[in-house]
Ligand binder design. Structure first.
Ligand code: NAD
Length: 492
């Protein structure tokens, strides 16, 4: 254990609405915990529908005021760059705060939450000055002597309600805020109840960067707070990242209200290892795909399909690797894996492992209870050599649990990979171009990785097919997601 504890900086426990720290109506609060110890670290405001309403009204007013939509695109770009600079400057404290609250290893907080957050802010800042419509001649034949020309404008979609989960709290907040602000929208952000602290710090930094009051509001609370935001009649678009279960409810509500909605939901991503892979490289690949962020990744490679000739050595190698991983707090720089985010989530992961065992899965590593302090689950490798229909193969665990199955040829591997209600990510590991190309075409997934897994980039669209969601984030797709196309028809 490292002796020097990084400084997480000041904690914000109130909500950020219209440029002011404020308490929830009735001063309702909830405790936020350190998952490595189970101890409370903050007591954060629980926003109700009154608070959501205040935040939405602030966002609507900021949208209408000359101080946001009236800024030139270049001014919006500059503000986002300034925010990126401030996040970078505060990076060490932000990373420490994220690791303290979420439990993830400090190196991942630095690289993904802070480093990635800064990268996304800068990438999306650049888009502010590049949003374009198009011009086209129309073929309307009458009246004689009159010609018609069409143009399209891309206008901000309006007030955006952004709801994010707890696995990448700061990064995912930025994934939504950065493109929305680049497009000239205003935002009400609802972070996950487990991990609201870095989002609140981000609001403070946005203020320092000079982003006008009301443009970014942060309302903290649980699912009921999120539901109040989804129901609010003055929100133009909901962008949600979270479970398929909740996404279904949000989609239904938005459908009834004819409100724009984007849903980034759950996954059960397959990793396919072909027979031309080196065993050690295959083991590393499979471990990285499932154990990164302690398996709490929407694209976690939780279904491992290995060519029959490599199945035994790869599965044994993966189990040995898992046994060798050490658990510890995110701030403990000797740990290989941190805790689950909450006691409730740890219990859910444990139950799924127990079910897997009862249904005939062979637990080769992990699976035992960890009864010390903190919400730990040991990395767990389950062999399923006869391809039994296990709950663990079907359901998202969202923890460090992988099920390994053999296949005979690539066609069978693709069929098995696609045999899921989810379609978020899928990877194939091979040196053969023909295998890679067939898998790229065959996998039903929003992202296909070849010799990689879990990689995201601000330029690469990201999202799911099937029950993994509707819509895409990142890249130009994000700009399309936060703008409305207006057609203008002009006769002359
Ligand atoms: P969750 O759906 O329980 O909660 C996500 C967010 O929604 C939280 O902020 C929560 O407070 C809020 N919420 C809960 N009920 C709500 C309701 N009825 N109305 C509005 N908001 C509500 O998910 P979770 O357990 O926090 O996160 C894990 C899930 O997120 C996993 O399924 C994972 O795959 C998914 N996820 C998906 C992506 C992606 O990009 N596709 C990324 C990360 C996580």
């Amino acid at each position: 254990m490292s002796t020097k504890q990084p400084d997480p900086g000041p904690l914000h426990e109130d909500m950020w609405i219209d440029g002011t720290w404020c308490r929830a109506a009735g001063d309702q609060r909830f405790a936020v915990f350190n998952p490595a110890t189970g101890e409370p670290i903050a007591n954060v405001s629980r926003g109700g529908s009154e608070d959501v309403d205040r935040a939405v009204r602030a966002a609507r007013a900021a949208l209408g005021k000359a101080d946001w939509r009236g800024l030139t695109p270049y001014q919006r770009e500059r503000l986002l760059h300034r925010l990126a600079d401030l996040v970078e400057a505060d990076g060490e404290r932000l990373a420490a705060l994220e690791s303290l609250n979420q439990g993830k290893l400090l190196k991942w907080s630095r690289a993904i939450e802070v480093g990635g957050g800064v990268q996304w802010l800068r990438y999306m800042a650049g888009w502010a000055t590049r949003i374009q419509g198009s011009t086209f001649d129309l073929s309307v034949p009458a009246p004689a002597g009159v010609r018609f020309r069409g143009t399209t404008l891309r206008e901000p979609v309006g007030v955006v309600g952004a709801i994010v989960p707890w696995n990448f709290p700061l990064a995912m907040a930025i994934w939504k805020i950065a493109p929305a602000l680049a497009c000239g929208c205003t935002v009400v952000l609802k972070p996950a109840e487990e991990t609201p602290l870095t989002a609140l710090r981000l609001a403070h930094l946005a203020r320092e960067a000079g982003i006008p009051d009301g443009v970014l509001n942060v309302v903290t609370g649980d699912g009921a707070t999120g539901a109040a935001l989804v129901r609010h009649p003055d929100v133009d678009k909901i962008t949600f990242t979270g479970s398929t279960e909740v996404g279904r409810e949000i989609g239904a509500q938005c459908g009834r209200d004819i409100r724009r909605v984007a849903l980034e939901l759950g996954g059960k991503s397959p990793v396919v290892i072909m027979e031309d892979m080196d065993v050690n490289a295959a083991v590393e690949a499979a471990a990285g795909a499932i154990f990164f962020n302690h398996g709490q990744v929407c694209t976690a490679g939780s279904r491992l399909y290995v060519a029959r000739s490599l199945y035994q050595p790869v599965v044994e190698g993966l189990a040995a690797l898992a046994e060798g991983l050490s658990l510890g707090a995110g701030l403990d720089d000797s740990a290989d894996m941190g805790p689950m985010v909450s006691a409730g989530h740890r219990d859910r992961v444990r139950e799924l492992i127990d079910t897997g065992r009862e249904e005939g899965g062979e637990v080769l590593a992990g699976g035992e209870r960890y009864d010390g302090k903190g919400y730990y689950v040991r990395p767990t490798v389950v062999a399923n050599p006869h391809n039994k229909p296990l709950t663990l193969v079907e359901k998202e665990v969202f923890g460090p649990v992988v099920v390994a199955m053999p296949f005979e040829d690539l066609d069978q591997a693709i069929d098995q990979a696609n045999d899921s209600i989810y379609g978020l990510g899928a990877s194939i590991w091979t040196r053969r171009l023909d295998y890679a190309q067939r898998a790229v075409e065959g996998f039903r997934a929003g992202t296909v990785w070849v010799n990689a897994h879990n990689l995201v980039d601000p330029a690469m669209p990201f999202g799911g097919v099937k029950s993994s969601g509707i819509g895409r984030e990142h890249g130009e797709a994000a700009i399309e997601a936060y703008t409305e196309l207006k057609s203008v028809c002009m006769g002359f």
